[in-house]
Design a protein. Structure first.
Length: 394
């Protein structure tokens, strides 16, 4: 009898998550367009100048990318933990289809990127750029179709994107870490150990976690590991259940649910749009047609379009044909094709990885052009597929 309320809470939380992400995705689309317009307007010089103004020890852009985005990664970590322990990814049967699709959706874009840039060792550092799916953008697009797309497919997309985020976090930690400061790293380990002790002691108040989380961010930043990963580490220590072996704590009492609820709207409607506006702006002044066909630009764009399509759709097709998993309920193959294409919208995380991979502004601009090309094409063709095949199958 206790399973019904728990199931209701899970569905309510997921619906809340989908609504927030979808609305935030629409705002992110608007902000991205505004950033591009600003970067190619008379205000362009002021736009780029302000981003490089120092506020204390860091430039404004670094505060946005290293500090504000740590809060974004904190929310990502909370969502991953909740879904893995008590949500749509809580059992292996639920994880296998979106999990395998996410893996395929990371592998094939990387292969396409490497193929295009195989002759340029310096460009290969950006192999992970097209592997990421922007959950807010993708859900923002799919939300525009309402009931024409079955709820099971929206849940599949959300689960895939969450696992994709986990993969991106691991990639950043393993491949985009600078020279390590061992003293700061040791300090980070000590603080993380204390956070784990708080978790084991079932500390319900959030403020001790957040205070130590701020200290953790400073130490991780100083260690050479990208500071945003402090947000994920903090998230994994926030308790989901109050006592072992008992049903999930009520929504209002669970520290993880409480923090997730507080962060959703500020992240979706403030932090991610600020990041998007600060990083999506690319000036097309002096850009020639040749830029669009350069290996780096093409590697990113084709990776997002074809890589995601082949990786996601091919993996789902293989698992369904082998009888390992079923197609999401009431979904058609045409709709699944549309969703696979939407996974090629790689805005926020792709931009973030691109900034980590390359320091040269000109190279970053080429990366941004590739991301914009791939994301717009994937979103457009995916939307056409969902429009054509949008009616629920009988």
């Amino acid at each position: 009898m206790s399973s019904t309320p728990s199931k209701g809470r899970i569905q309510s939380t997921l619906r809340h998550f989908l609504n927030n992400e979808a609305s935030g995705g629409v705002i992110l689309m608007i902000v991205a367009v505004l950033a591009i317009i600003t970067a190619n307007s008379p205000f362009a010089e002021a736009y780029f100048h302000v981003l490089h103004v120092y506020v204390g020890p860091l430039s404004l852009q670094h505060w946005i990318n290293d500090a504000l985005m740590a809060v974004f990664f904190l929310l990502v970590g909370l969502e991953i933990k909740r879904e893995m322990l008590d949500g749509q990814l809580s059992t292996w049967s639920r994880r296998i289809l979106p999990g395998a699709a996410a893996a395929g959706g990371m592998l094939f874009p990387a292969l396409f990127y490497v193929f295009f840039n195989r002759h340029d060792p310096s460009a290969l550092r950006g192999w992970a750029i097209p592997t990421a799916t922007d959950i807010a953008f993708a859900l923002g697009v799919i939300s525009l179709f309402g009931s024409r797309v079955p709820a099971s497919l929206k849940i599949f997309l959300a689960a895939l994107a969450i696992i994709d985020d986990l993969g991106a976090v691991i990639v950043i930690a393993l491949f985009y870490t600078a020279d390590l400061n061992l003293m700061a790293l040791a300090g980070s380990a000590i603080v993380l150990g204390n956070l784990i002790i708080f978790n084991r002691m079932k500390v319900k108040a959030l403020w001790p976690y957040l205070v130590l989380g701020a200290v953790l961010w400073v130490l991780v930043f100083a260690s050479g590991v990208h500071a945003t990963l402090a947000g994920v580490m903090l998230a994994l220590t926030i308790p989901l259940k109050l006592t072992p072996g008992t049903p999930e704590a009520p929504h209002a009492e669970s520290p993880l649910h409480k923090l997730e609820h507080v962060l959703h709207k500020p992240v979706a409607f403030v932090i991610v749009p600020i990041f998007g506006f600060a990083n999506a702006g690319v000036s097309f002044a002096g850009v020639t047609a040749g830029v669009f066909s350069e290996p780096l630009t093409m590697g990113v764009a084709v990776g997002l379009i074809l890589g995601k399509l082949i990786g996601v759709l091919g993996t789902v097709l293989l698992l369904v044909k082998l009888g390992v998993a079923d197609l999401p309920a009431k979904a058609s193959w045409g709709q699944m094709t549309g969703v696979a294409l939407l996974c090629g919208i790689g805005f926020t995380m792709s931009l973030f990885i691109g900034l980590l991979a390359f320091n040269d502004t000109a190279v970053q601009d080429h990366v941004k052009i590739g991301i914009l090309m791939g994301s717009v094409a994937a979103g457009t063709v995916g939307s056409i597929c969902l429009t054509v095949f949008g009616h629920k199958p009988t």
